[in-house]
Design a protein around this ligand. Structure first.
Ligand SMILES: Cc1ncc(COP(=O)(O)O)c(C=O)c1O
Length: 423
């Protein structure tokens, strides 16, 4: 026991598939290949031995290096104490900010690490000064928790929320958005990839409109970060929220918020503690600089360590390479479903990502998901209350959601399609 206290284990330097711009001390590898090494991806994903996992938009299967990072930090905490472990593993834990910066093309001071995407989104949203008559513009596929925030804040302040119409493809109409903006518009809040389907909203085109009008732009990138390349500068968003457990393949209970430098300093978080502010005199506090003002002091250190690895791991494949594979696999599923009598694909948009939504005539989506899970095939159900504006307007109650990741195999897709067909 004494021996393990003297020499506690900390995360081994991870072996990344292909490394670009590695953190200090880790040797550089070849640049990302143009074709993803699926065999390696599956070898590093223990879960593929047990399930055909098509619930990556719920929580993806973690790769081995992420699991290692989390467990080794928890072990260290159990051996030397939680605070002491944080000090000992400071580089591994604090490296999460730099990893997020590399992933999103942001500065470390523009990143807050929080416990999920909703914490990130609400931290930004509830800090915005909104008043009577101010307008919030959103899209038809906004996520339930964001919309609940709109409803609460508009009730409290007299601000209003309005949904920008979608274009014929189902994505947000950028022209309609531009037409709707006036000098009472105080926020554009859009979901990049909705919870209930393959739609990818035109985030960068929205960013150009928001930038020209000088309206703050909050992007819910919960389902897009880790799935596709995301560059906050190229998109032009002012704030962005994301979660660890979905396409990033990080641990549950982790999330992040990006707030553009210069904007963070103007925002006072709705909730502060000793992590977000300093108590400098009896009657006075000072908010911390940068995005860290949106964090609270206590946090999930093992999760941060795992999230750091997950972000570097995601980048190491080349996000354009992994996204191309995700899109190819999702298209394969859509094409296969179209050949199954009674199956209808419901994905919207011009660009479609790894989330496939469909219905099966005469079958309750919950029953389909259950029947698939009995065959070790994981899918999920999207119910109307998750994206009410969109689902109500399409007259949909619920859909089956099969969300692919780059580590899914052709065999797994055939198993899924066969199982749906057999139903
Ligand atoms: C589009 C979208 N935004 C936000 C969230 C919330 O993420 P979290 O559960 O990490 O708070 C989800 C979760 O499914 C989502 O699909």
């Amino acid at each position: 026991m004494l021996k393990s206290v003297m020499a506690p284990k900390i995360a081994k330097p991870m072996q990344l598939p292909h490394e670009v711009e590695m953190p200090e001390g880790v040797p550089a590898h070849d640049p990302p290949a143009r074709e993803l090494d699926v065999t390696r991806a599956r070898r590093e994903t223990p879960g593929v031995e047990h399930v055909a996992h098509f619930n990556n938009a719920g929580a993806a299967l973690m790769p081995e290096p992420v699991v290692e990072a989390v467990i080794s930090h928890l072990r260290l905490e159990s051996e030397i104490g939680g605070y002491e472990a944080a000090t000992r593993a400071e580089a591994a834990v604090d490296g999460v900010y730099a990893a997020a910066g590399r992933l999103l093309n942001a500065d470390t001071t523009e990143i807050a690490i929080v416990d999920n995407a909703t914490r990130a989104w609400t931290a930004a949203f509830y800090s915005l000064p909104l008043g009577e008559g101010d307008r919030i513009l959103t899209g038809a596929s906004e996520y339930v928790s964001n919309y609940l925030g709109f409803l609460q804040v508009t009730k409290r302040t007299g601000a209003v929320v309005e949904a920008v119409p979608s274009d014929p493809s189902g994505q947000i109409s950028v022209d309609a958005l531009a037409d709707m903006i006036d000098d009472r518009t105080k926020l554009i809040a859009i979901t990049h990839v909705p919870t209930n389907g393959g739609l990818v909203n035109p985030a960068a085109a929205i960013g150009r409109v928001a930038g020209q009008a000088g309206v703050p732009y909050l992007l819910d990138a919960c389902q897009s970060v880790g799935q596709m390349p995301i560059d906050v500068k190229a998109i032009g968003c002012d704030m962005l929220s994301a979660t660890g457990r979905k396409y990033l393949r990080g641990p549950r209970g982790t999330g992040l918020l990006y707030v553009r430098r210069g904007l963070a300093e103007k925002l006072e978080p709705a909730v502060i503690d000793l992590g977000s502010a300093d108590w400098v005199e009896k009657d006075r506090y000072e908010i911390r600089p940068g995005a860290k003002r949106f964090e609270l002091w206590e946090s999930y250190m093992a999760g941060k360590s795992g999230l750091r690895v997950a972000m570097d791991y995601a980048r190491s494949w080349g996000l354009d390479v992994s996204y191309a594979r995700i899109q190819k696999l999702a298209d394969q599923i859509r094409a296969g479903l179209r050949d199954i009598p009674g199956a209808t694909v419901h994905d919207l948009g011009v660009e479609q990502c790894g989330i496939v939504s469909f219905a099966l005539d005469g079958h309750d989506p919950a029953d389909v998901t259950k029947a698939l899970s009995e065959q070790a095939i994981n899918t999920s159900v999207s119910t109307a209350n998750m994206t009410r504006l969109d689902m109500d307007s399409r007259g949909l109650d619920s859909l089956i959601r099969a969300s692919v990741h780059y580590y899914n195999s052709d065999d797994e897709i055939q198993r899924l399609l066969q199982a749906v067909n057999d139903l």
